[in-house]
Design a binder for this molecule. Structure first.
Ligand code: FES
Ligand code: MG
Length: 592
């Protein structure tokens, strides 16, 4: 856009604040904003009005740093010639929200769409952090297609306990196993857990929060290097200021998410996710963001684009270290630099910096080769999600980068049949059933058992629970068997190191065949063929389907749970509110 066009362009906010034909309405729109001191001259100056989507609050502690960062964002916006209006969005606090924060991703999305559509805003700073807060806001930005930029809140400082690094989330999974084995007591468990969370910020592991912020950056939606800066570091406040400045330029130049959220960008996000050992939650979130951006991604794309990518980042849960070292090692641009040198990126594409991704990555090689491995010497090869299908589901994934040597030896190393194993299954109907019965000796769970959970998908739970990484019975853990093969129609925490088969779609509650699996059946997994099948004839399965109902799921407890269940799709396709996909670029249409 030319400098002259920029000067004379009319922003959508002027339809509210500067409409000579409806001076009565303009007066009404102006007066209440003025009651906190902003002047009519400012609002009518023809400068862009920039929203700050505030996701921090006392009940979203992972994002609470944004209450501070918003000040620097405002200063950046003002210095660059914009006017800031900050507003809250629906909280999505991963650790605490029952039945699961996942049910609120679509609610936060929906709320932000309505705010951006219905209020006098020309562009928006998306303040992201805790798991779902990032995809929810990017989904909304894609639906609106108004200029938008991501400001990550950043991870907490590294956690330390007894001289060892302890990562948030990862410390919980490990602590649970130590508790079950009798190695620690309740008080020590609490001490380890709190030591893993030493400061403001989101999870310091490569869990879902660090993953989704890294992917926002990989997509081209944040300033270069933004996502990995720890929340308390000075650079975090500095990039908040720069982000505020930059969004004004994006508004002036009318750079829209649709120019950035392209197929190439999403493919690069899939590549980066594999290289960083990203969360399995990235799968539904990438699908949801892509679909709202009008980009189609197939299960074959996940395999073709992502599966062969090596693990380069040495960060928990797939590796050793935590967020501070990741930032010091160069963060996301340093990982992407490796991938670009290897020809794995599609980096000649626009980003919010105003430069291409290839330009953003210039000179970004890491100088910490313990943290970010050279492409030729990866931590693991083939670190992408393995996509599976079979007679129990059409789609599921497995995070192969976290398969331990012990798990590989026990299940995947039978001579002549490497990558293939068969297990008797024990089936649980939801997380409550699992917790009630896992230690029941009558179930006969041994090292050759696969634990299966159903009723844990988007409709079943509702929201889809992070429960598929089921821990073995205490008795087995005491014998040193810390992981069994698991399968389910729910998700697992991004900080878990379990190689579960998860996100199975369609879920049991939607009529997937998991509904008719029985304890005692045998399941065969073939990682090479990408198959997972129950060893039953089609006739037997058809007979069960005809004679038994789908296992019941708990009733909805709130109105939103009922609306969510009635509108949500499956994890395979992102668990989107399906009807929302009928609305694209709605920020271009002025509301009535
Ligand atoms: Fe909020 Fe991990 S619980 S980022
Ligand atoms: Mg989680």
């Amino acid at each position: 856009m030319s400098e002259q066009d920029k000067k004379t362009r009319r922003y959508r906010s002027q339809d509210w604040f500067d409409n000579p034909e409806r001076i009565d309405m303009t007066a009404l729109y102006l007066e209440r904003f003025m009651n906190y001191g902003i002047t009519a001259q400012e609002l009518r100056s023809g400068r862009p009005i920039i929203g700050i989507a505030q996701s921090g609050s006392d009940i979203n502690p992972c994002n609470r740093i944004h209450l501070e960062l918003a000040k620097r964002v405002r200063e950046g916006i003002r210095d660059a010639g914009g006017i800031a209006l900050e507003f809250p969005i629906h909280p999505t606090f991963e650790n605490c929200r029952r039945p699961t924060a996942a049910i609120d991703r679509n609610l936060a999305y929906l709320g932000l769409v309505e705010i951006l559509h219905g209020y006098p805003l020309d562009a928006v700073v998306l303040m992201t952090g805790c798991d779902k807060s990032t995809p929810a806001q990017l989904m909304a930005a894609a639906t609106l297609d108004l200029p938008a930029i991501v400001l990550s809140g950043g991870p907490m400082l590294d956690g330390w306990f007894n001289g060892e690094l302890v990562g948030s989330g990862a410390a919980i999974w490990k602590g649970r196993r130590q508790l079950a084995a009798g190695q620690i007591d309740n008080e020590q468990f609490l001490q380890i857990a709190t030591a893993s969370a030493p400061s403001a910020g989101h999870c310091n592991t490569m869990g879902t929060a660090s993953t989704m912020n890294a992917l926002a950056e990989a997509l081209g939606m944040s300033l270069t290097g933004c996502s990995a800066i720890p929340a308390p570091y000075r650079e975090r406040g500095q990039i908040a200021y720069e982000t505020g400045r930059r969004i004004v330029g994006l508004a002036q130049d009318d750079v829209r998410p649709s120019q950035i959220l392209t197929r190439e960008a999403f493919f690069d996000a899939i590549v980066v996710n594999a290289a960083i050992g990203g969360s399995t939650n990235a799968q539904p979130h990438i699908m949801a963001m892509a679909r709202h951006a009008g980009v189609e991604i197939t299960p074959q794309d996940w395999m073709a684009v992502g599966y062969d990518v090596p693990l380069l980042l040495n960060m928990q849960p797939a590796g050793k270290y935590l967020g501070e070292r990741f930032h010091r090692a160069g963060g996301v641009p340093a990982v992407m630099w490796e991938l670009q040198q290897a020809g794995l990126l599609r980096s000649e594409r626009p980003t919010v910096t105003g430069q291409t991704m290839a330009q953003n990555l210039q000179g970004r090689a890491s100088n910490d080769r313990e943290m970010i491995k050279p492409f030729a010497e990866p931590l693991k090869t083939q670190a992408g999600f393995l996509v599976l299908k079979g007679n129990l589901f059409d789609f599921a994934i497995m995070k192969t980068s976290v398969i331990s040597a012990d798990f590989r030896r026990r299940y995947l190393s039978t001579p002549g049949r490497e990558g293939v194993f068969e297990c008797r299954v024990v089936v649980f109907d939801g997380a409550d059933d699992y917790h009630a019965r896992i230690n029941d000796p009558a179930l006969g769970i041994d090292a050759q058992t696969m634990l299966v959970i159903r009723g844990a998908g988007p409709i079943g739970w509702p929201g889809s629970a992070e429960v598929v990484n089921m821990q073995p019975p205490d008795a087995l853990i005491k014998q040193g068997i810390t992981a069994l093969p698991t399968l389910g129609d729910g998700r697992q925490s991004g900080t878990s190191d379990s190689p579960s088969i998860l996100n199975a779609s369609p879920e049991s509650a939607a009529g997937g065949n998991l509904a008719w699996l029985r304890t005692g059946d045998t399941v065969r997994v073939d990682l090479h063929a990408g198959r997972c099948d129950v060893l039953l004839s089609d006739e037997e399965m058809a007979q069960r389907r005809a004679s038994e109902p789908v296992p019941p799921v708990p009733p909805s407890q709130t109105p939103w749970q009922e609306i969510y269940r009635a509108t949500v799709g499956q994890l395979e396709s992102g668990a989107c509110m399906e009807l929302a996909l009928n609305y694209r670029a709605v920020g271009h249409d002025m509301p009535r």
